[in-house]
Ligand binder design. Structure first.
Ligand code: PEP
Length: 252
């Protein structure tokens, strides 16, 4: 059984005070729901306060990015050692905004994935095609390539915690969503590639989330059908009521 995972990506929104205020409002709305792993990914400066506020609550706190090295002269970067030390449990890797604006490549995604596993952080690896790639019939190639390079050299024995998120770039922050059929097809491609890169057993057990304009009203059809094991939510996760509604509506 793959446990649903519903993650909030707050991007570059919310101060530390705003992020803990979110939790104060959000927590009573989800009560002790444990059918899903709920992960909040705030901006770096909010991590310590949010980790502290989320202690003993059924909510995990993750980072939106990290460097792959433990330490070094890399101004502006945060290491996996630092994330572990402050109590972050998850980390987004390879978000399309990192790929688009900050030179993230499949190779750096692979390095970061290895580093996350080495430091017991649960990596949520984002893959997805751009609109022009979909229109050119390249979706399968893009997903297979991104997934296989991400997994290059990863030892199957330690790969179980990996989570993938299928995030078609044309659906992120656009209000445009994949149909459940498009999402399901893409998830099958990613799952098959996990089977080739790792093992068939891991292809069955590794969770794959959908991300791209998930809202309360489409959460049911997009988050927990067939091969889809939850959601990575941007815009609609900024408001505690709408994120709680997404969690409720995703309940199987
Ligand atoms: C995201 O940032 O990962 C995302 C899916 O954003 P949105 O839900 O706003 O499309």
């Amino acid at each position: 059984m793959r446990k649903l995972l519903i993650a909030a990506n707050w991007k570059m929104y919310k101060t530390p005070t705003e992020s803990t205020a979110f939790l104060t409002s959000f927590f009573p709305l989800i009560k002790n729901d444990t059918f899903a792993e709920i992960v909040l990914c705030p901006a770096m400066p909010c991590l310590p306060a949010l980790v502290d506020a989320a202690r003993a609550k059924p909510v995990f706190v993750g980072a939106q990015n990290m460097h792959w090295k433990n330490e070094g002269a890399f101004t502006g970067e945060t290491s996996p050692v630092m994330l572990s030390a402050i109590g972050a449990t998850h980390v987004l890797i390879g978000h399309s905004e990192r790929r688009q604006y900050f030179n993230e490549t499949d190779t750096t995604v692979n390095l970061k994935l290895k580093a996350a596993l080495a430091h017991s952080l649960i990596p949520i690896v984002c893959v997805g095609e751009k609109l022009e790639e979909r229109e050119a019939g390249l979706t399968r190639n893009v997903l297979e390539l991104q997934t296989s390079i991400a997994l290059e050299g990863i030892d199957s024995a330690i790969a179980a915690p990996i989570v993938f998120a299928y995030e078609p770039v044309w659906a992120i922050g656009t209000g445009r969503t994949a149909t459940p059929e498009i999402a399901e097809d893409a998830h099958k491609i990613i799952r098959a590639q996990i089977g080739k890169s790792l093992t068939p057993a891991l292809a069955t057990s590794i969770r794959i989330l959908y991300g791209g304009s998930v809202k309360p009203d489409n959460a049911k059809s997009l988050c927990c059908i067939g091969d889809i094991d939850g959601a990575l939510v941007g815009g609609a996760s900024l408001n505690p009521q709408s994120f709680a509604e997404i969690v409720h509506n995703a309940k199987p």
